[in-house]
Design a protein around this ligand. Structure first.
Ligand code: 13P
Length: 250
């Protein structure tokens, strides 16, 4: 049985004081869960979040990283830097980065390899636009994104990659994919991984759903056969609401 992984993506929200307050409020609410709890916070919150979450079951991640180790890349942060302060996870290839910051399948692949080099666990996002979905191309797009993202990784690395299937039309819109649709898309991703890396590896990969997940729909989504938890945006900003998503099985 795969574990369930519930990750919050705060995006460009929360000042350090708000981050500390949120994590302190969240800690007792999720302390008894057997699900994995992750918060991916802005760079400026990382250090505070790591200190506040010490000795809790809340793990901390970043939302992006550069694939080079160091150098003349003004404004960027490397995997080595993240690891140096004990960050554990990093989101790679979020659709907002693909859309607004020229992230490509190639840079996503380089970043995943760099993440493993520094012992960071990547949460890799794939997902189709509404236009692609309406043109009947969703499966082709998400399986191709998955294949290119994972290119050149070992089976062990693939098994340690978390994939987040986030249909772009469902992000921040209040529109959620139906649980059946989300489950089917995730099965397509798993089948592609199975084709390339074999069934055993594919059966171990955590594949989350993301896009307007909230406490009212988490249970239905996360109870589906292939949905291994969620990557949660807006609903991860408030401790109580996020704790209900984490505790969807209580
Ligand atoms: P929302 O949950 O706000 O729709 O955002 C989803 C997302 O992009 C998480 O990475």
């Amino acid at each position: 049985m795969r574990r369930k992984v519930i990750a919050g993506n705060w995006k460009m929200n929360m000042l350090p004081g708000e981050a500390i307050e949120m994590i302190n409020e969240l800690t007792p609410l999720v302390k008894d869960t057997k699900n994995e709890v992750i918060l991916c916070v802005p760079y400026t919150d990382l250090f505070y979040a790591l200190l506040t979450a010490q000795n809790t079951n809340i793990k901390i991640g970043a939302q992006n990283m550069h694939f080079e180790e160091s150098g003349a890349y003004t404004g960027e942060v490397s995997g080595k830097m993240l690891k140096s302060i004990n960050v554990e996870y990093v989101i790679i290839g979020h659709s907002e980065r693909r859309q607004y910051f020229a992230e490509t399948d190639e840079t996503v692949n380089k970043k995943i390899k760099a993440a493993f080099k520094y012992d960071l666990k990547p949460i890799v996002c794939v997902g189709e636009t509404l236009e692609q979905r309406e043109a009947g191309k969703a499966n082709e797009i998400i399986t191709k994104q998955t294949e290119l993202a994972l290119e050149g990784l070992s089976n062990e690395q693939v098994e340690n990659t978390i994939i987040a299937y986030e249909p772009i039309w469902a992000i921040g819109t209040g529109k959620t994919a139906t649980s059946e649709d989300a489950n089917n898309s995730i099965k397509e991703i798993r089948n592609k991984i199975s084709e390339i890396y074999g069934e055993e590896t594919a059966s171990k990969v955590i594949i989350q759903y993301g896009g307007s997940v909230k406490s009212s729909n988490a249970k239905e989504l996360f109870n589906m056969s292939d949905i291994d938890g969620g990557l949660v945006g807006g609903a991860s900003l408030k401790a109580e609401e996020f704790s209900k998503i984490v505790n969807y099985d209580k």
